[in-house]
Design a protein around this ligand. Structure first.
Ligand SMILES: [Zn+2]
Length: 393
């Protein structure tokens, strides 16, 4: 399908080095962005044209901390359809933080590997509400042998999670993280106090020693590590610092401040860490972007980059930016109707959440006009032309 978007007011690119672009059009073909800021006549042969009506285009949000299981169901809160609901919060990609919530999950070597491989395989074929889900994060555990990580990588597994394994001491994760890294995986480590009974606290010393790609919920999941450790992670490591909605807001702001001082904003990731005990938060990323901007002084377009392009760079995704060649995951957002602000970016800086007017993933509009979860947009986004048998309500 060839899709065109016209009348874009502002574009937040997802790139923290050049976060805003002047462009009024985007063209997508076969799931990829093929043109940005092209002349209007390039939209003439589009089968679907969306009139953005002056709203703000941003890359589809990437939630890099979602506890998926199988299907669009979370046993932790007994909720179905939550991933589709996140699409209505502008999230077009979810990355598994390990399938630890699967009821009766296995703890033996074969079961740990099978769970990871099965989750990965299922979500290769399944996009709830149009969301792309990267699943099958192997739970690092002493039951595994180091050689298992290379074998899993050959089976397509590229995510590894430290924090739920049956180790007595978190430093014991080190050889597993190294083996996962050597196998080409993105390695992630739980940070802060224990989130569930039996898992111990992981602080700055552990993160610096383990050297994963990502410090998961660096601001606490949900209990934060010592304040002094944030400056150390910002200055003494290259670890990406993932700020989660379901964490400590004060240390989220502290972490942002230290990252800005260390010129390390490219290592700040915004995610939710849901569904957990904290629940289902389809608008969690929108809230955290607003908190970072309104309370932390971060420019709203940079807050958007932390939830899009920064995640894409750290995880090696092909989405996350509004540039030709990228996967066509696009959100149109605006100031919420009835608020005091005139644009999405001003609303975020003000502390309001942006209203979502359309979500496109993989080049396909998932809805156009009104999100079922956010307030309405100030300006109406609508389908101007549709030559295929579909409606995008
Ligand atoms: Zn988590």
């Amino acid at each position: 399908m060839k899709l065109g978007i016209r009348n874009i007011g502002t574009m937040a690119t997802g790139d923290c080095n050049a976060p805003v672009a002047e462009a009024e059009t985007i063209v997508c073909e076969n799931g990829r962005i093929t043109g940005v800021g092209v002349a209007e006549d390039a939209l003439e042969d589009c089968e679907v044209v969306i009139d953005a009506n002056g709203t703000t285009a941003v890359p589809g949000l990437i939630d890099s901390h979602v506890h998926i299981t199988f299907g669009d169901f979370t046993p932790r809160q007994n909720v179905v359809g939550y991933l589709s609901s996140y699409v209505h919060g502008g999230v077009t990609t979810s990355i598994s933080a390990s399938e630890v919530h699967v009821p009766g999950r296995p703890h033996d070597r074969g079961g740990l590997k099978a769970l990871s491989l099965a989750a990965h395989a299922c979500f290769e074929n399944y996009r709830p509400g149009g969301m792309r889900v990267h699943a099958g994060s192997i739970i690092l555990d002493p039951e595994l042998q180091l050689s298992d990580l290379a074998e899993l990588a050959e089976g397509g597994i590229w995510l590894a999670k430290a924090g739920f394994g049956a180790f007595d001491d978190a430093f014991a994760y080190a050889p597993y993280i190294k083996a996962a890294r050597d196998a080409g995986m993105i390695t992630t480590v739980h940070t802060g106090g224990s989130s569930i009974p039996g898992s111990g606290a992981i602080s700055g010393d552990h993160i610096l020693a383990l050297d994963p790609h990502v410090s998961f919920h660096v601001n606490g999941g949900p209990t934060a590590m010592p304040d002094a450790d944030f400056q150390r992670l910002a200055n003494e490591s290259e670890v990406a610092m993932q700020i989660c909605t379901a964490g400590n807001l004060r240390t989220a702001l502290l972490c942002l401040e230290e990252a800005l001082k260390a010129d390390a904003l490219h290592r700040i990731l915004i995610a939710t860490d849901t569904p957990t005990g904290s629940g289902i938060m389809p608008l969690g990323i929108l809230y955290t972007m607003s908190h970072m901007s309104a309370l932390g002084g971060l420019a709203p377009e940079l807050a958007i980059a932390c939830a899009t392009g920064n995640n894409a760079r750290v995880y090696g995704l092909q989405s996350g930016f509004l540039v030709p060649g990228c996967l066509a995951d696009i959100v149109l957002m605006d100031a919420p109707d009835g608020g005091t602000q005139k644009t999405a970016l001003k609303a975020i800086r003000h502390g309001d959440i942006a209203a979502i007017g359309a979500v496109i993933s993989n080049g396909v509009p998932r809805f156009v006009g009104r999100s079922r979860n956010t307030p309405a947009t100030t300006r109406g986004v609508h389908v101007e032309r549709c030559e295929i048998p579909a409606s995008f309500d």
